[in-house]
Write a protein that binds this ligand. Structure first.
Ligand SMILES: [Mn+2]
Length: 263
């Protein structure tokens, strides 16, 4: 069993020093990896990324992140990636990484993702150049996610995005803005790429739990949604099945564990 701590949309600002480090330190012994689902900063400023870096530096577990739209706001995403990387964070964008957990290989593929909408209410690759560019960008990042998942040499595949792959975890948001919160192309990538769990953020007023058409559990870990410093999930062989009291057959589905007590 591999234990995944996850949170998105921590939105640290230059006045946030000291607010997230206790959460990270508190994960020692509680989780095997910490996944950050984007929107780590407020306005995408390198000075804000410096704060994030300081909060996670020296983390007692591997920290893996994708960026969110806020982290792109100041056109400094490359610098933010470099700042986080220097602090030991693995920043994914159409890429993957494998973490050894007691001899088992946990693979994480990540991409920021993008909008576009969901089946029956989505943008299409048609019309003006800007609309075509919007939808083509979504398709491209979804393809990159699928490729990154398939390229992982691991036992268990998990996907990390900022934007949502399904509408179920957006419930609570206004339906009118769903096309700006995610895309069904991401869900197709999850199903094709063999993910056993998908984590995203972005939808602060959404819902925590859902699944793709192919049955991949999806969790919205935006901090306002989970209502705690971070969520904790178990995947892989030996993970208890959702709602079951007996061990599930391997490969087991992802299940939610109790939240760590970090403040
Ligand atoms: Mn966002």
């Amino acid at each position: 069993m591999m234990r995944i701590a996850a949170v998105g949309d921590i939105h640290l600002g230059t006045d946030s020093a000291g607010t997230f480090a206790p959460v990270v330190r508190g994960l020692a012994g509680c989780a095997d990896v910490l996944l950050l689902a984007g929107d780590l900063t407020q306005h995408g400023l390198p000075a804000e990324a410096d704060v994030v870096a300081a909060e996670v530096a020296g983390a007692p577990l591997p920290v893996i992140a994708v960026l969110g739209n806020h982290d792109y706001h100041s056109n400094a995403e490359s610098e933010i990636t470099a700042i986080l990387t220097a602090a030991g964070v693995t920043v994914l964008e159409g890429t993957g990484t494998v973490v050894d957990v007691d001899g088992a290989r946990l693979g994480i593929a990540g991409v920021k993702g993008f909008g576009g909408g969901f089946a029956g209410a989505s943008g299409s690759d048609f019309g003006e150049p800007l609309m075509k560019a919007f939808v083509r960008h979504t398709k491209e990042v979804a393809t990159r996610l699928r490729n990154a998942l398939e390229a992982l040499d691991c036992d268990t595949r998990v996907a990390l995005t900022h934007y949502a792959p399904i509408p179920d975890t957006l419930i609570g948001e206004r339906a009118e803005i769903y096309p700006f919160l995610g895309s069904y192309h991401l869900a197709e990538a999850l199903d094709a790429g063999g993910a056993v769990l998908a984590l995203h953020g972005h939808a602060h007023a959404g819902s925590e739990r859902g699944s793709t058409a192919g049955g991949v559990p999806v969790r919205n870990v935006a901090r306002p949604v989970i209502g705690k410093p971070c969520a904790l999930y178990a995947v892989g062989s030996g993970a208890p099945a959702e709602g079951a009291r007996t061990p599930a057959p391997s490969p087991a589905p992802a299940v939610d564990l109790a939240a760590p007590t970090a403040s």
